[in-house]
Design a protein. Structure first.
Lengths: 1077, 376
């Protein structure tokens, strides 16, 4: 039966900003869905607050609403657009939740909109624990035994049913603390009592212990004729207890016999039927007891997920695209398999390689955070690697992570192992026992110090099969170290096992080029194999490759003009979806120019690694070795590095050494911008000011510089992204610590020390040039003052407070820099404005994080134009020669992961901490800012108590904020110091005691939800413990907190707008029509 | 120890020997199942064949006494990318390597199994030889040249049972839902029957009797069967002349209403029935061997993901009898996957509803056999 003809307009819900647990994968799924449904001739309406997505590009939908994803906004969009159906299963948990909430409020019924993919009762069955249990029991599927209790007596009553050991989890506690594993009755009673006390709602979940059980996932698809297929099986390397997003995972499952796999498969099929997902994909998780094979279902997501993106990339089966088509009435057999063309999608992919996914954590950004991995996800990104063996894929994955490891590097050097064997062993044991971000390296070290598979399995519960493979890697490593000479046979074997040149070089203590030379001389050449869904049973037409060392190479380089684009690798704070967005645009643009596009990337979440995005996809780590191998095979005309963030740029020198043609701004000019000495000279040439500065190579030099500049100073290493190890320093003591840290992160051991301009306004400019014409894409005024990382600041385009004179200064400085650097492609400049003087802070001759936001704001695809420029087109030919200044305000707001790291201070600084961004658009600044706050889940109040406590420096400037709040009817709570200043300005308020000095204090107000907004600026570089407790408790209770005066001022405008009336919604297509060109 | 795999067209791969350090020859086929290597090794339908697993990591969960499809290892040789150095499963009783050695099976690892698969896909299944004792390509070529083709070879007699016996074991561990066994007696004509067929039959029927493939109909009828099943088995269906003769006789009696019983065929059994109905066998280029083939039931439109293992098919148009209709097709290549007779209670499927290895989607076919008997 063909697609539905009773509908013509479909509303798709996106997933909003990138947060931990919801990243690029939903741009990938959403983009696929938009494309697929438009192809089918439907009108597509999209709601997504995240401007840094491909799906929110105006051409992917007929009407794109970059608006907050809330039930209210959803209803407004429905009323305005009148879609017949709404598809909520492709936008992650956000979309599912908002659809469920809207359904509860009757929004869909009232407006005659049908939910497709999953109806609200289906969502309820999958999401409600109790309902889920009931449905699974009925379907004959085993679950872990568990009960929720509210008293010790009740707890005693369920002990027999659940059994010991059991896991006790109190609901709603700070940081999920207070739970534990009980092995005996004494412990059981103790933990229950403690848990009930700690739980804010006196609720404790008692669950059968699945510690040490193996975890599996199946990706399931169902069509309306009840045909069900399993797209992929995934086995978690880390056993139960670690969130699957934080687990290393492997596809397909490795350690199940066919009978066990088929029973799991049948359970998955029964589960999707019982829950009632009518069409589309679901992710179902199982646990099995390694002792006796007992299998239980853990959970089910009735939607596409991170794992389904992984499964799509791992198998070549595009789950989201097919889910979208199934949702409009197609059946699996009616949809062709894109890769084989002749066979249908109603099959189960079979693969002939091993896929390993490894999470990427950024604990270095949150030094106070607990690095133990638990059931709450903490990683911000991931890499996927494909190899013919697990050993190969694992080693490829590790070097793809970009954490300074070229393989399973030891965490201590060899001398250390021998000298402090005992001490080191203790450290290894400790890190094996509690899952953490470096456990894989400790496992390798465990083998190095003589532990065996059995011992490590006993401590970690990681399946012996995985451990044995790691042991083999270490065993071979020893063989290599002992070998006097790296002969052909050994090197060949090493490459087959996935050892990188870099790792081999470090093992053998020779240069990496030397290994490359031997490889070339001995003709040990990489081969490329296809990802084809069918293990070569049918011919594949999609050139989606991975490298391995085998006998046959399937790559078929064409003789067309080719350009290679390097992606950004794993998402991390500072380098995320914005760069993938730019890479994808480059691919689209070059395809339009009839150039063959070769994409190289290793991030499975992204649109760039969709085989549909470019002409050829190489799913490979972004390292010099892997990239050069592809260059050698494909011989592209040029390579684009400036779109993937810092990752590809870091390879520039090495690629240039091998005579690779780097497109865009010349490497020499990139170097001018990156090298602080050369940069200084450039500014002098352009007669531009920069904060006084100096370059230090050690602490002594740094001290001398600071003597000259005076505190405060900004310390930063060169060649880094995301403000890694960047700090504002106010005294000598902290200076020493930060210099040390910065030296660790600097690529060439130099540190820039700037005079820090206090209370300056920061401005970002993005610009495009072709060497002749230069056009500003956008001038963005930061909301927060200089000193807060530009990735964390809210920004407004066009500027909202700068004078025309200052804007002109910024503009002419930008053009002067662009001309001097002869920019071909994109460039980003950061300025600080203080007392009408304009200072240049930084110039980055590459795509910046703000490119997608600006492109959405001005309606011009800057990255696309830049790619065309790099391929030889002029801006004149492309018709973009004049800066666009929209007649409305676009606000970019950042979104932070603090709720995942409770206890970590939410204070902002020069080191970037945000994971994602949202956009708010309106003619009125207040409304635009309000939208951005709602979209970022910062729920500003209309009335109630506001707590204000600021540092001395801010006390005068906060008065105006307090006054306005008072006038709008808010009641002010304050501390003694801030209160005194406000009272002097005749603002009525209640003074609260310090936390240790009396009750009720602010924590009581927070816990009673009797305070609606907190304005609390940090007292200094190292804030007082009280402040941290206040801010993190507020985060737990989801009470909006503002940590800067500038942020407070902007929020006042938003609150005004909120009180005045409702926000409207408008599509960006409609906004763009208002732009005068 | 080094080993070589040579195909008759001269293509060869060098690897490492495991299992028996010896030499073996057979028709080389690839299997795309990611799980179930032990079931594949013990499947009698693989008699005469060297099996190459497309999934590269084999042996991970070892071997046990339960996941077998016959009493012995039936493949002629085994080709994998990497055999596991460790056995990890609560069910394991031993390693794959020891198992192959104990069963005297020659195997090779460390070869580009994908290159081999692509070769077979492109040029079709062909004869091949694996040797760990003679690495001279010329010698191996000579040996291949004198080896007979699989076409027309009688392989069934080498794997089928020699005597009549009762089968008493049901699905056991493989059970995912309860069915009530119908109080019928089924006679299985054993052409190399997979134990999973017998287990499924026992689950669905009260009595299951296995008879040698060349048992005359008269002997079979003495067992008073309510249903007769022609089993799977190795090789060319045309070579199984005694079973074809039995099928013809059976069909004749059914048509004449001399007999009240239903007939079912699986895989080779399906082909035997096709031949008995006047059809012709055709050899596929590289066969179907795997656990992911979509098969559509033409009556209901439902799609099952099926287990497959065959090199020959009976094209439906080759059957002159118009009362034979096609019931299932393979959605990969649109070959016939099932047929039924509209006048007598006879149906058969080309795929393996018993799984072992592979999905359980099509197990209901055994229930249909019961209904077919009821209607007979």
């Amino acid at each position: 039966m063909p697609k539905r003809t009773d509908i013509d307009k479909i509303l798709i819900l996106g997933s909003g900003p990138i947060i931990i647990s919801q990243a690029c994968e939903f741009d990938y799924s959403g983009t696929q869905a938009c494309k697929a449904l438009k192809e089918e001739g439907y009108k597509v309406v999209l709601l997504n607050s995240n401007p840094a997505t491909i799906m929110t590009d105006p051409e992917f939908a007929d009407a794109t609403y970059i608006e907050p994803i809330t039930p209210d906004v959803l209803e407004k969009v429905i009323v305005k657009e009148k879609p017949q159906v709404c598809l909520p299963t492709l936008g992650g948990q956000t979309a599912l939740n908002v659809a469920f909430e809207a359904a509860k409020r009757g929004v869909f019924k009232k407006n005659n909109v049908e939910l497709i993919g999953a109806r609200d009762e289906v969502i309820a069955r999958a999401e409600d624990r109790e309902l889920f249990k009931e449905v699974m029991h009925k379907a004959g599927i085993d679950l872990p035994r568990s009960r929720t209790v509210y008293s010790l007596k009740e707890a005693r009553g369920v002990l027999d049913y659940v059994g010991l050991p059991c896991v006790i989890r109190p609901a709603f506690t700070l940081g999920g603390t207070g739970g534990g594993v009980a092995y005996n009755i004494e412990e059981f009673e103790e933990i229950i009592k403690r848990g009930l006390d700690l739980s804010l709602i006196r609720e404790v979940l008692i669950e059968e212990s699945l510690i040490g059980w193996k975890e599996f996932e199946l990706e399931v698809m169902r069509d309306k004729n009840d045909n069900v297929v399993i797209v992929c099986s995934i086995e978690n390397f880390d056993p139960m207890g670690v969130h699957t997003g934080d687990s290393i995972t492997v596809a397909p499952a490795q350690t199940l016999t066919d009978i066990e796999y088929q029973k799991m498969r049948m359970s998955a099929i029964r589960a999707i039927r019982a829950i009632g997902v009518e069409t589309g994909g679901s992710n179902i998780q199982f646990a099995t007891n390694p002792e006796d094979g007992r299998m239980v279902i853990i959970e089910m997501n009735p939607r596409v997920s991170r794992s389904s993106a992984l499964a799509s990339k791992a198998t070549g089966f595009p789950i989201a695209k097919i889910a979208a088509k199934l949702a409009v009435g197609y059946t699996l057999d009616e949809i062709p398999n894109d890769i084989t063309k002749e066979t249908p999608a109603s099959f189960e992919p079979t693969i002939d390689y091993c896929v390993v996914k490894i999470p990427r954590w950024t604990f270095e950004k949150f030094p106070q955070a607990d690095k133990t991995l638990t059931t709450s996800m903490k990683s911000v990104g991931e890499v996927m690697a494909i190899g013919r063996t697990f050993k190969e894929a694992l080693q490829k994955g590790i070097r793809a992570l970009e954490i300074g490891k070229s393989g399973l590097n030891s965490l201590i050097d060899e001398k250390g192992i021998n000298a402090n064997r005992k001490e080191f062993k203790e450290k290894v044991l400790e890190h094996l026992a509690a899952p953490n971000d470096k456990r894989i390296f400790y496992i390798a070290d465990g083998f190095r110090i003589g532990m065996d598979t059995k011992q490590i399995n006993a401590i970690t519960n990681i399946d012996p099969w995985f451990l044995e493979n790691i042991r083999q890697i270490i065993q071979f490593e020893n063989l290599l170290k002992e070998a006097k000479k790296l002969d052909r046979g050994l090197l060949r074997k090493a490459k087959e096992m996935g050892f990188s040149d870099g790792y081999l070089a470090s093992l053998l203590n020779i240069g990496q080029d030397k290994i490359r030379d031997i490889r070339r001389k001995e003709k040990i050449e990489v081969t490329y194999k296809l990802v084809d869904t069918c293990a070569a049973e049918f011919e594949a037409y999609t050139p989606y490759y991975y490298s391995t060392y085998e006998s046959e190479c399937e790559a078929r380089p064409s003789d067309k003009k080719k350009v290679m684009i390097l992606g950004g690798g794993p998402n991390r704070i500072g380098q995320g979806i914005e760069f993938d967005y730019c890479c994808v645009h480059a691919a689209f643009a070059l395809k339009e120019e009839a150039i063959e596009v070769i994409m190289v990337n290793c991030n499975p979440e992204t649109v760039s690694t969709d085989y549909d995005t470019s002409d050829k996809l190489y799913f490979e780590p972004i390292t010099a070795e892997d990239v050069l191998n592809i260059v050698k095979k494909e011989k592209p005309f040029g390579i684009i590095l400036q779109f993937g963030g810092q990752t590809p740029l870091n390879l520039a020198l090495e690629l240039e050494k091998e005579s690779v043609n780097i497109l865009g701004t010349k490497a020499a000019n990139i170097d001018i911008a990156e090298d602080r000495d050369k940069f200084k000279k450039l500014l002098e040439r352009c007669s531009l000011k920069q904060p006084e500065s100096g370059i230090a190579r050690n602490f002594k030099e740094a001290q001398d510089i600071v003597k000259r500049l005076g505190f405060p100073v900004m310390v930063r290493p060169s060649y880094v992204l995301g403000g890694r190890a960047m700090e504002i320093v106010y005294d000598n003591q902290t200076l020493e610590r930060f210099i040390k840290e910065a030296l660790m992160y600097s690529m060439n051991q130099t540190i820039l020390i700037d005079k820090f301009l206090e209370e300056a306004i920061e401005v970002d400019v993005d610009l495009i040039g072709d060497g002749e014409t230069f056009v500003i894409g956008g001038i963005l005024e930061h909301i927060e003052e200089a000193g807060i990382h530009s990735g964390d600041s809210a920004m407004c385009l066009p500027p909202f407070s700068l004078s025309a004179d200052v804007i002109d200064k910024v503009r002419s400085a930008s053009y002067s820099l662009a001309r001097n650097l002869n920019v071909a492609g994109l460039m980003n400049i950061q300025f600080a404005v203080k007392d009408s003087s304009v200072y240049v802070l930084e110039v980055n001759p590459r795509a910046s994080r703000t490119i997608p936001f600006i492109s959405k704001a001005i309606g011009v695809p800057l990255a696309k134009l830049a790619a065309k420029v790099m391929a030889g087109k002029s801006l004149k030919e492309l018709g973009f020669t004049k800066e666009v200044v929209p007649p409305y305000r676009s606000i970019k707001e950042s979104v932070f992961p603090f709720n995942r790291f409770l206890g970590v201070d939410i204070m902002l600084g020069p080191e970037m901490k945000s994971t994602g961004e949202v956009m708010g658009i309106d003619v009125d600044f207040g409304k635009a800012y309000l939208k951005s706050q709602i979209a970022a889940s910062q729920l500003l109040p209309r009335k109630g108590n506001v707590f204000i406590s600021v540092r001395d420096r801010d006390k005068e400037s906060i008065v105006i904020v307090a006054k306005q709040l008072h006038e709008m009817g808010f009641k002010i709570l304050s501390t003694a110091g801030t209160g005194k200043v406000l009272e002097k300005n005749s603002i009525p308020l209640t003074v609260l005691p310090k936390l240790s000095e009396g009750r009720p204090n602010i924590l009581d107000y927070i816990k009673n939800r009797d305070v609606k907004l907190i304005i609390n600026t940090p007292s200094g570089r190292i804030p007082r413990q009280d402040e941290i407790v206040i801010r993190s408790t507020a985060t737990l209770y989801r009470i909006p907190s503002i940590t800067t005066v500038a942020g407070a001022v902007a929020s006042i405008k938003a609150i005004e707008a909120l009180i005045k009336g409702d926000i409207g919604v408008e599509s960006i297509q409609r906004h763009h029509r208002d732009i005068k060109r | 120890m080094k080993a070589i795999l040579l195909l008759e067209d001269g293509f060869y791969l060098e690897g490492t020997s495991f299992g028996a350090e010896s030499e073996t020859a057979g028709e080389v086929v690839f299997n795309t199942s990611m799980y179930g290597y032990q079931e594949i090794l013990t499947d009698p339908s693989y008699k005469g064949q060297i099996v190459c697993m497309t999934y590269p990591l084999i042996g991970n969960y070892g071997v046990n006494n339960i996941d077998v499809e016959s009493g012995k290892v039936c493949v002629e040789g085994f080709v994998v990318k990497e055999k596991s150095h460790i056995v990890s499963s609560w069910r394991a009783k031993g390693s794959l390597e020891d198992y192959l050695r104990d069963n005297n099976i020659v195997a090779i690892e460390g070869v580009d199994t994908r290159a081999l698969t692509r070769r077979l896909r492109q040029y079709g299944s062909m004869k091949g030889i694996i040797s760990a004792i003679d690495l001279n390509l010329e010698n191996l070529k000579k040996k291949l040249n004198v080896m007979p083709s699989i076409i027309g070879q009688d392989l069934v007699s080498r794997v089928a049972s020699q005597s009549i016996y009762d089968w008493r074991e049901g699905l056991g561990l493989r059970r995912v839902s309860e069915v009530r066994a119908a109080s019928y007696t089924i006679v299985v004509i054993d052409c190399g029957v997979k134990l999973s067929i017998l287990r499924n039959l026992k689950e669905n029927f009260k009595r299951v009797i296995v008879v040698p493939y060349d048992t005359p109909l008269k002997e079979i009828l003495k067992l008073k069967p309510d249903g007769v099943l022609f089993s799977n088995g190795p090789g060319d269906p045309e070579a199984v002349t005694p079973a074809i003769a039995t099928a013809k006789e059976l069909i004749r009696s059914l048509k004449k209403r001399e007999l009240k019983a239903a007939v079912m065929g699986i895989c080779l059994g399906h082909q035997i029935l096709g031949l008995a109905l006047g059809g012709q066998a055709q050899k596929l280029k590289f066969g179907h061997h795997g656990g992911n083939h979509p098969v559509k039931d033409l009556a209901t439109g439902k799609i099952d993901i099926t287990s497959q293992n065959h090199n020959f098919i009976i094209p439906p148009e080759s059957i002159p009898d118009k009362s034979v209709v096609q019931t299932h097709i393979n959605l990969y290549d649109h070959t016939s996957e099932g047929q039924k007779h509209t006048e007598i209670p006879l149906f058969s499927v080309q795929f393996h509803p018993e799984a072992g290895p592979g999905p359980f989607d099509a197990r209901y076919i055994f229930g249909e056999f019961a209904r077919s008997i009821e209607g007979a």
